[in-house]
Design a protein around this ligand. Structure first.
Ligand SMILES: C[S@@+](CC[C@H](N)C(=O)[O-])C[C@H]1O[C@@H](n2cnc3c(N)ncnc32)[C@H](O)[C@@H]1O
Length: 190
């Protein structure tokens, strides 16, 4: 019996290690491939992002490069009727998002979905609100697409990074420490 339990335990430990190793490889591959790595926005910033977005039940909210989906899952809580779409092109965050969404949908009739593509290839004309936590050069590359596709009044909230050539309607200083991420939020209207 003890021998059986020992070999069962060894197999389980081996399987867990294998899964951890696979996830680590996936994460490393995703980070190497991505122009912007997967770094989730700090959770304490979520309420500030929600306030800055100012969504309502008719909103169509996109998170460009949604990572594990933390922003969309958070927003859903106070506005369950809005539509939430994440776009993500890296395998590791995509996997985490999908697992999370599967569990989330067992409890909530949520309207959260993910598009596993490059956000430059997705038409954003139905967006009313957009969230980004990317890099300055990517923001600038996206500006032409936003100017072309977004309908009038679309609100964009960016954590940390701003456009170099477009004026914000608001900049929120979150009064964070020097070493903290996402210390400012930039709000734009198109
Ligand atoms: C800094 S993380 C932000 C994650 C999430 N928005 C958050 O705030 O927690 C940026 C994410 O954008 C994704 N990404 C970068 N470039 C992308 C692209 N062209 N298309 C889709 N996703 C992209 C990366 O894979 C990464 O997960």
């Amino acid at each position: 019996m003890i021998t059986f339990l020992f070999s069962l335990f060894t197999w389980i430990a081996f399987l867990v290690l294998l899964i951890v190793f696979f996830l680590l490889l996936l994460w490393m591959w995703s980070s190497i491939k991505a122009k912007v790595p997967f770094i989730g926005v700090p959770t304490k910033t979520l309420k500030d992002i929600e306030k800055a977005l100012n969504i309502n039940e008719d909103s169509v909210v996109y998170d460009l490069g949604c990572g594990d989906g933390r922003v969309l899952f958070y927003l859903y809580k106070n506005n369950p009727k809005a539509k939430y779409i994440g776009i993500e092109n890296s395998q590791f965050p995509l996997l985490v998002f999908n697992v999370r969404n599967w569990f989330f949908k067992r409890k909530n009739k949520s309207n959260i979905s993910i598009i596993g593509k490059d956000f430059f290839d997705v038409n954003l004309s139905d967006a009313t609100h957009i969230f980004t936590y990317l890099y300055p050069n990517v923001m600038d590359d996206l500006l032409a697409k936003f100017d072309k596709e977004l309908k009038r009044g679309t609100r964009l909230v960016s954590a940390s990074f701003h456009f170099t050539t477009k004026r914000e309607v608001e900049v929120l200083d979150l009064k964070r420490g020097k070493w903290e991420l996402a210390r400012e939020i930039y709000v734009y209207e198109f």
